[in-house]
Design a protein around this ligand. Structure first.
Ligand SMILES: [Zn+2]
Length: 350
C-alpha cells in the first residue's frame, strides 16, 4: 500500500513539474504549439508517403475515440448473434503469404497462422462471430489442421482480436499468451468478454520467446493502445529465403487522452513503445511490417497482389527503411496529439 502511495505522489509530482514547465515556457512565449503540431503532422505524412495512408489517416486525421472503457455489458453480437455484421462486410479468402505464414483473417481484421515443425502459433483471433469460419475454416481450406494450434498470441484484449481465443483454447487446448494488464481486464469484465475469455494462461513479457519446433516468436511489451499490448518479431521464409517480420500489436489512440492528465503521460507511453518496437525491428533487420488491422498493413490488398506475383518481389516485403517509417508515422501522430495537450495546459481547451 505504502509503495502505491509513493508511486501516486511521484506521478503527481511529475505532472506538477510538467505543468510548471509548460507555464514557464508560456512566460517566455517561445513555444508555437500550432507550428509544432504542423511539423509533427508533416513528419508523419512524409514518413507514411503512399504506403501507410491507412495508419496516417487513423492516427493523424480521423477523430480519436478516447474514453476509458468501464462498461461491462455483453456485446450485441454475443447477446444476439443475428445482430453481428453481415458476412459480406468481413469475409476474405485465406492465403498462404509466406512459406510458413498463412493469413486467416478477414477484410478488416487479421489473424495469422505461423507453422513450425512442432505445430502452429496463431497470432490474433478476430471476433467471436467470424473466428470459426475465418480461422478454423480458413486453416482447413489451406490444408492446415486447427488441432495443431499450440499457442495463441493475443496482441491485446479487444473483441476484434481476442474474439476466438476462448474457443481455440477450450476446443484445441492451445496455450493463450497475453500481456498481464490485459489478462486483468478480461477477468474484471466478465460480461464484456462473454465467450471471449480464455482461462488465464501465459503472461507475455518483454523479450520473452515463444518457441515451437525450430521457430521462435519474440514478444515485445508495447503498452499504449492498451496497457498490456504486445508486439512481436519473428522470421518467416519466402521461397526458402529468411525474411524478418515486425508485428505491431496496437495502433489507435483509444486510451484516455482528452485531458493533459493523463493524456500527456499516456501518449508518452505509446511513443516510447513505438521507439522500443522500432529498435527491435531494426535489430532483427525486419523488412515486413504486419498489423492486426488490414487498413494499417494493407494485408487484404497485398494478398490479392500476391496471387499475381509471378517472379516479382513479395508485396509484403518493403525493406528495413519502410518498416522504420511505419513506426515514425505512429510516433509523430502521437506526438502531434501530445503537443495539443501541452498547449491545453497553458491555454485550457474550452
Ligand atoms: Zn484494439
Amino acid at each position: 500500500m505504502k509503495s502505491h502511495l509513493t508511486g501516486i505522489v511521484m506521478v503527481s509530482a511529475l505532472v506538477a513539474a510538467a505543468i510548471a514547465d509548460a507555464y514557464a515556457l508560456q512566460g517566455s512565449s517561445v513555444r508555437d504549439f500550432d507550428a509544432e503540431i504542423r511539423t509533427a503532422m508533416q513528419s508523419a505524412k512524409t514518413a507514411a508517403d503512399v504506403e501507410f495512408l491507412g495508419t496516417l489517416s487513423r492516427l493523424c486525421l480521423l477523430p480519436q475515440s478516447s474514453t476509458e472503457d468501464t462498461f461491462d455489458n455483453v456485446p450485441a453480437f454475443v447477446a444476439k448473434p443475428s445482430s453481428a455484421p453481415a458476412r459480406e462486410t468481413w469475409y476474405a479468402d485465406p492465403a498462404r503469404v509466406f512459406d510458413n505464414l498463412y493469413f486467416v483473417g478477414g477484410k478488416v481484421h487479421s489473424a495469422w497462422a505461423l507453422t513450425t515443425s512442432d505445430g502452429i502459433i496463431l497470432i490474433d483471433t478476430i471476433f467471436p462471430y467470424n473466428s470459426e469460419e475465418l480461422i478454423v475454416g480458413g486453416m482447413r481450406k489451406l490444408g492446415l489442421d486447427p488441432k495443431n494450434i499450440k499457442y495463441v498470441l493475443i496482441s491485446h484484449a479487444h473483441a476484434d482480436h481476442i474474439g476466438g481465443a476462448e474457443m481455440l483454447q477450450s476446443r484445441y487446448g492451445a496455450h493463450v499468451v497475453m500481456g498481464a494488464a490485459d489478462w486483468d481486464v478480461v477477468a474484471k469484465y466478465p460480461n464484456r468478454y462473454k465467450t471471449m475469455a480464455p482461462k488465464r494462461d501465459i503472461v507475455g513479457t518483454d523479450g520473452m520467446k515463444i518457441t515451437l519446433g525450430e521457430t521462435a516468436v519474440t514478444i515485445w511489451a508495447t503498452p499504449g493502445h492498451t496497457p498490456g499490448t504486445l508486439s512481436y518479431t519473428f522470421t518467416v521464409f519466402d521461397r526458402g529465403r529468411p525474411v524478418h517480420v515486425a508485428y505491431s500489436g496496437g495502433t489507435a489512440f483509444n486510451f484516455p487522452n482528452r485531458t493533459p492528465d493523463p493524456g500527456i503521460r499516456n501518449f508518452q507511453t505509446y511513443i516510447d513503445s513505438q521507439k522500443h518496437m522500432a529498435a527491435q525491428a531494426a535489430a532483427t533487420g525486419a523488412t515486413v511490417i504486419l498489423s492486426n488491422h488490414s487498413e494499417f498493413d494493407n494485408a487484404y490488398n497485398k494478398n490479392r497482389m500476391l496471387a499475381g506475383r509471378g517472379n516479382g518481389p513479395h508485396p509484403y516485403e518493403l525493406g528495413t527503411d519502410w518498416v522504420q517509417r511505419y513506426f515514425q508515422v505512429m510516433q509523430n501522430c502521437a506526438r502531434a496529439a501530445q503537443i495539443g495537450l501541452e498547449r491545453d495546459l497553458v491555454r485550457p481547451a474550452k
